[in-house]
Each structure stands twice: as structure tokens, then as C-alpha cells.
Design a protein around this ligand. Structure first.
Ligand code: UD1
Length: 423
């Protein structure tokens, strides 16, 4: 397995960085390509990531033609032939997000068998909201041998209230409802930009999804969908990671094509700390002087609250800001494993259930550390850039799931970082 070696201490990031299409948008978009029986779907601005390869394989496993033109960041999907209704364990087990194929396969075929998902180790990640919503639409659900089986001759529109605005459940139910009989409403729906992106794609296919980006989604079922073309929205988490990287290295970085509106919760915290964040024609510029920054309190919440996917990276910033900062993680339990690794680099922190107090501004020392999940990997790499001496970050398979050429991009901004194969 590969590792990064980072020489830290004096890093100051400067220059421009280009952001990819969003991982969390493209995965449900690929699931949506299962729905149309006519025409090809073309996704553009697709990031070259391990999770995208995995999702392509999940879709291919249904006997659907998937072509990934990596030179042009474009995926073309032809689902016009009859499709299988079993999502293979081999790939589903690698990635939790693959559960979003359940709704589309069921809606199209009347029957679906999907393995229980695997994925990041960031706490218990149930799928009860996905299943309850499909049941409300008339599906019979059973679980055995690690598989979920769902059957419904024809899904029926339903009124669904979600106990929590789950992103994946909202996507699954939205896709299932596009081909259901009548109207479906999803109350307390997730409002993430990736939900809006999916709704736009579905509507281009001929669906009638209204209210995306608000708490209530209304979907009027149609009899069939056709393939469509769509540009994947920019990755707000990748953009946010570079914003934090610039802030914690007293840098000056233009994050090209980053969308201000999508990063507003993060930007507001950076501004509160004293970081300069400005909108330019080509993107968002972040400039800072770490010695002048103030500690803050951050609480992760569903969008438009502070994103849990920026929590780990933001704690790395808190670690270099003088004073006591607080991070409260309300979306996932057990999402502070990176702090245990950062302790090995000299971080002073106390963790009590969902709250971490970070005593920032103390000297950090490079050390060998292990990535524990995708965003934790990014946080450890950022910390390595500001810690004195050498940091070795292992288990990079997590990072490859969600960041394209992360080390090349950081190196082009001035970081001393190299990737080595341990073989
Ligand atoms: C998506 C993102 C992930 C992000 C998360 C929260 C993708 C591919 N992944 O994951 O990067 O961290 O949103 O912004 O888009 N829950 C239930 N029952 C359910 C479903 C979820 O209790 O049926 C709980 C989870 O345990 C968790 C919370 O809801 O505590 C949020 O999960 P959810 O929004 O579903 O996250 P994902 O869609 O898995």
C-alpha cells in the first residue's frame, strides 16, 4: 500500500488549484443512469477516483454498458437493454454509497437485491430511512445473508417524513419516486448541493422533481425516463480542504471554480477565525496569517450547517490556531479517530463523546500516522505540512477514494510531499 512522506514546518501554500467534479454528486448520478430504458446518459466533469471506478462496476454488474473516458472526464452509460436486478456483493461491499442503486433498480425492475454496504469506519451507518421510505411506497423488504431484497410490482407515490435529513436516503427515495405512480413528498429531506445536482439530472431525463435544496421534495412519477447529459457539480469538500490548507499554512491560494454558496458554512467559520476569504471571477481566494487567527467553536450539521466531511480537516486548522477551539460532531459518532493519530504528532486535545476541545498553537512534530477514513487522511496530510520534520501517512487507499492527485496539487502549491509505494 502507498504512503506519503511530507517534510513539514515551513510550508506556505501559494498559487492556483483546480477542483474536480464532486465525488458525492457523481455516485448518485451514476445510480440514476440505471433508470432510463431509452437513450444514453453522459456525465461530464467526472472525477477520476476509486469510488467512481467502484460505482461504474456496480452499474456494469447489472449488465449496463459503462464507458469511462478518463481523458475527457466523461462517463457514458447505455442502460437500454434489460438489466439485472442484483447488485454484486464484490463491489457493493467496498462502498457504502452503492446502496443508492437500490431505489433505481427497484423502480425500474420491480425487484432488487443489493448487498448491505460497507464503507468508511465512521460510526454506525444504518439504512433504516432508505428502507422505511421504500416501504411507504409499497415495497416489501426483507433481509437475509447480508442482502436486502425489495419487491414492488409498481411503486406508489407516498408521503414520507424522514427522522433525519439523510443524504443517501433522500437520493434513493427521490430516484425511486421518479417512476412511481402518482406524487411522492419527502419531508425533512436533505438539502445538500449534491441533492440539487441529482434533481437537475433527473429532470433532464424527463422526471418531475420539485423543491430540491429545500426541506420538502415533491416528485410526480412519470412512466419512463430517457438518457440525458449532465455536468457534475464542483466538489465543495475538495475545495474546502484546499481552503483550510491555505489558511493553516499562512498561504495565499485561489481555489478555481469553487462555488461560494456551497461552501458558505465553512467560509463563515474561516472569516470568524480571521482568515481572508474573497470571491474572484475565477474562484475563491484564501489568504491568512496563522499567528493572527482566533479559536472558534464549530458544530457539524446537515447542510446548510457545517459539513461533517470538513470536520477532520478543520480540526487540523484548529490545531495551529492559538487558544482553545471546540469541535462538536453531531452527524456521525466515532468520527474523531484522526485526533488520536494527531496526538502522536503532539496535538493536545480532550474528547468527550461528540465534543473535542483542541488546545491549538502548540508545537507539532512529524510522526508516522495511519489514515483511518477518507477525510481523516486529508487532515493528517495537512497536519504533516505544518508539523516540524517528517510525517509518513500510511493507508492511502482511503484518500484515493475521494481526492484526485492530492499530493500533486499540494506540491504545485509549494508543499514538500511525495508518494511512495510500500511494495
Ligand atoms: C453522505 C456523504 C458523506 C457525508 C454524509 C453526511 C455521499 C456518497 N456520502 O453519506 O460523505 O459524510 O452524507 O453529510 O454522498 N442515518 C440513519 N439512517 C439511515 C441513513 C442515515 O440513521 O437510513 C444517519 C447516519 O447514521 C448518520 C446520518 O444519518 O448519522 C447521516 O447519514 P447520511 O446523510 O445518510 O450520510 P450518507 O448518505 O451515508
Amino acid at each position: 500500500m502507498d504512503k506519503f512522506i511530507i517534510e513539514g514546518g515551513q510550508t506556505r501554500l501559494e498559487g492556483d488549484v483546480v477542483i474536480e467534479g464532486a465525488k458525492n454528486a457523481v455516485l448518485p448520478l451514476l445510480a440514476a443512469t440505471i433508470l432510463p430504458k431509452n437513450g444514453k446518459s453522459v456525465l461530464k466533469n467526472v472525477p477520476i477516483l476509486l469510488d467512481v471506478f467502484t460505482m461504474n462496476n456496480v452499474v456494469r454488474g447489472l449488465d449496463i454498458e459503462v464507458d469511462f473516458d478518463q481523458d475527457n472526464n466523461q462517463v457514458t452509460v447505455d442502460a437500454s437493454k434489460p438489466i439485472k436486478d442484483i447488485a454484486p456483493y464484490e463491489y457493493v461491499s467496498q462502498m457504502r454509497a452503492s446502496i443508492v442503486v437500490l431505489g433505481p433498480i427497484l423502480a425500474r425492475n420491480g425487484h432488487a437485491k443489493v448487498s448491505m454496504p460497507g464503507g468508511c469506519t465512521i460510526g454506525s451507518r444504518p439504512i433504516d430511512l432508505h428502507l422505511k421510505g421504500l416501504e411507504a411506497m409499497g415495497a416489501k423488504i426483507s433481509q437475509s445473508g447480508g442482502d436486502i431484497t425489495a419487491t414492488a410490482e409498481h411503486l406508489k407515490g407516498a408521503k414520507i417524513y424522514m427522522d433525519f435529513p439523510s443524504v443517501g436516503a433522500t437520493q434513493n427515495l427521490m430516484m425511486a419516486a421518479t417512476l412511481a405512480d402518482g406524487m411522492t413528498t419527502i419531508e425533512n429531506a436533505a438539502r445538500e448541493p449534491e441533492i440539487v445536482d441529482l434533481a437537475q439530472f433527473l429532470n433532464k431525463m424527463g422526471a418531475d422533481v420539485r423543491g430540491a435544496g429545500t426541506e420538502t421534495l415533491t416528485i410526480y412519477g412519470v412512466s419512463e425516463l430517457k438518457g440525458a447529459e449532465h455536468d457534475v457539480v464542483q466538489d465543495r469538500i475538495e475545495a474546502g480542504t484546499f481552503m483550510v490548507a491555505a489558511a493553516m499554512t499562512s498561504g495565499n491560494v485561489l481555489i478555481k471554480d469553487a462555488v461560494w454558496e456551497h461552501n458558505r458554512p465553512l467560509i463563515s467559520k474561516l472569516l470568524e477565525m480571521g482568515v481572508s476569504v474573497t470571491e474572484e471571477d475565477k474562484g475563491i481566494r484564501v489568504q491568512s496569517d496563522v499567528s493572527q487567527l482566533k479559536p472558534v467553536l464549530v458544530k457539524t450539521l446537515p447542510h446548510p450547517g457545517f459539513p461533517t466531511d470538513m470536520q477532520a480537516q478543520f480540526t487540523a486548522l484548529m490545531a495551529v490556531v492559538n487558544g482553545e477551539s471546540t469541535m462538536i460532531e453531531t452527524v456521525f459518532e466515532n468520527r474523531f479517530q484522526h485526533l488520536e493519530e494527531m496526538r502522536r504528532m503532539g496535538l493536545q486535545t480532550e474528547i468527550l463523546r461528540e465534543t473535542a476541545i483542541i488546545h491549538g498553537g502548540k508545537e507539532l512534530q512529524g510522526a508516522p500516522v495511519m489514515s483511518t477514513d477518507l477525510r481523516a487522511s486529508a487532515a493528517l496530510i495537512l497536519t504533516g505540512m505544518v508539523a516540524n520534520g517528517e510525517t509518513v501517512v500510511g493507508k492511502l487507499s482511503h484518500l484515493d477514494r475521494g481526492y484526485y492527485h492530492f499530493h500533486h496539487k499540494l506540491a504545485s502549491l509549494g508543499a514538500s510531499i511525495k508518494r511512495f509505494s510500500e511494495d
